[in-house]
Ligand binder design. Structure first.
Ligand code: ADP
Length: 165
């Protein structure tokens, strides 16, 4: 894990926390559009025809150091009984699969759904760490990028604990 701005990550794939329309937004989505080149990224996203919740789609990285952006659509938090954990887990799995499809060696994830989508930070970090540990993938480096102290502390705590504890 690292604490910082995901747009500066030197990895093959940067994951975006997108919306189903892939129409751009605030938070990490806005930061990625600004850094990658908003006009080009908007045009590339428009061609994709949206994305289901729990799924992800690739575009080029344009002006980012990353070669690709994986636009993952996390679930909106509705209290926890609406399949949110499975949908969030699916985002992480789909991004790993896309990274493998393009032969990526490294990928960086933001804390999907924990901003305006309202997913509680601890619950989301548990899903992220458990899913990444449990999913076989060829990608060699998987980085969790925390934008705030709370998320950074959660990742440190969970990654220090043995898998399954
Ligand atoms: P969502 O709609 O999926 O909740 P947000 O972009 O609102 O997406 O928030 C997702 C997470 O991304 C939040 O934890 C937020 O603090 C974090 N974030 C915002 N900007 C950045 C950035 N530049 N780099 C990494 N993480 C970021």
């Amino acid at each position: 894990m690292v604490r910082g701005d995901i747009t500066a990550e030197d990895v093959d794939v940067v994951v975006n926390a997108a919306n189903p329309g892939l129409s751009g937004g605030g938070g990490v989505d806005g930061a990625i559009h600004a850094a990658a080149g908003a006009a080009e990224l908007h045009a590339a996203c428009r061609l994709l025809g949206g994305c289901a919740v729990g799924d992800a789609k690739l575009t080029p990285g344009f002006n980012l150091r990353a070669r690709y952006i994986a636009h993952a659509v996390g679930p909106l938090w509705r209290g926890g009984d609406a399949g949110e954990a499975e949908l969030l887990s699916s985002c992480y799995r789909r991004c790993l699969a896309l990274a493998d499809e393009v032969g990526a060696r490294s990928i960086a994830f933001p804390a999907i759904s924990t901003g305006v989508y309202g997913y509680p930070r601890r619950a989301a970090a548990l899903v992220a760490v458990a899913t990444l540990r449990a999913t076989p993938a060829a990608v060699e480096v998987v980085r969790l990028v925390a934008f705030d102290d709370t998320t950074a502390a959660l990742y440190r705590e969970l990654l220090a604990a043995p898998a399954g504890s």
